[in-house]
Design a protein around this ligand. Structure first.
Ligand SMILES: *Cc1c(COP(=O)(O)O)cnc(C)c1O
Length: 237
């Protein structure tokens, strides 16, 4: 096995153990390997090792990778690959984003939501998105403030071509995974409260939280979509 396949297997084992600790079936938690900054050949190794999803944070980088990756998939008779946009999205990039990504994790304003809706209607399809929440209160972070979430959900109801299917957050960079446990617990609580409001068309199917340094804690707190880069692509994490 090559390094990427080995790392992928060990990340999956750690996910299974964390799922079991939190009393959930391991296959209910989805891994999104984060491929930003990684080469085409690294991504090919990842897909050959069985990954079915990739996460990118920049439109331009994703555009450059899209054709080579899909030619590789076609040539190797491999199953499909779903692209996840995990970075901030500017309104003038929405059109390009919709051509590539099947799930946008980072919607954090009504203006952006409105533009995604408008572009989606032109394409006569539906777009699945997650709402990014700033659960750590850092000024520098993208994401809605948690107290604005319910107002946002109300207002989002007029954009019916966009389906809100969950929430996403990022913890702070910290050597200790425990640092982000309260932020992850907050996202989980918000998602539970949104569920009880029963907004028509809004589901809380996904909680996207947890990265290399804290994904096990995130799973313990209810994550079912984890975004992991370094633990898969780097030798020693
Ligand atoms: C880079 C990135 C990740 C992955 O981070 P690692 O620490 O490499 O696992 C996850 N989510 C977002 C939004 C990112 O930008």
């Amino acid at each position: 096995m090559n390094r990427i396949a080995e790392n992928l297997a060990s990340v999956k084992e750690r996910m299974v153990a964390a799922a079991e600790r939190s009393g959930r079936p391991p296959d209910s938690i989805k891994l999104v390997p984060v491929t930003k900054g990684r080469s085409i050949s690294e991504i090919q190794s990842l897909l050959a090792a069985g990954a079915t999803d990739i996460g990118e944070n920049r439109i331009q980088e994703a555009q450059q990778k899209y054709d080579p990756i899909h030619s590789f998939l076609a040539a190797s008779n491999t199953r499909k690959c779903d692209w996840h946009l995990i970075g901030h999205l500017q309104r003038n990039k929405v059109k390009s984003a919709l051509e590539i990504f099947s799930l946008i994790h980072s919607v954090d304003s009504l203006r952006l939501l409105a533009e995604i809706s408008r572009r989606t209607e032109v394409l006569k399809k539906q777009t699945d998105i997650l709402i990014q929440i700033n659960t750590t209160g850092e000024e520098s972070k993208f994401g809605l403030d948690s107290e604005d979430v319910f107002d946002f959900m109300e207002k989002s109801l007029s954009y019916s071509s966009v389906r809100i299917v969950g929430l996403m957050t990022m913890g702070v960079l910290s050597p200790s995974p425990e640092t982000n446990r309260p932020a992850f617990a907050l996202l989980r609580t918000l998602s539970d409260r949104i569920k009880t409001e029963k907004y028509p068309g809004i589901t809380m199917q996904y909680l996207s939280m947890g990265m290399t340094d804290d994904f096990e804690v995130a799973i313990e707190e209810g994550a079912n979509l984890v975004r992991i880069g370094r633990a898969i692509f780097e030798t020693t994490v």
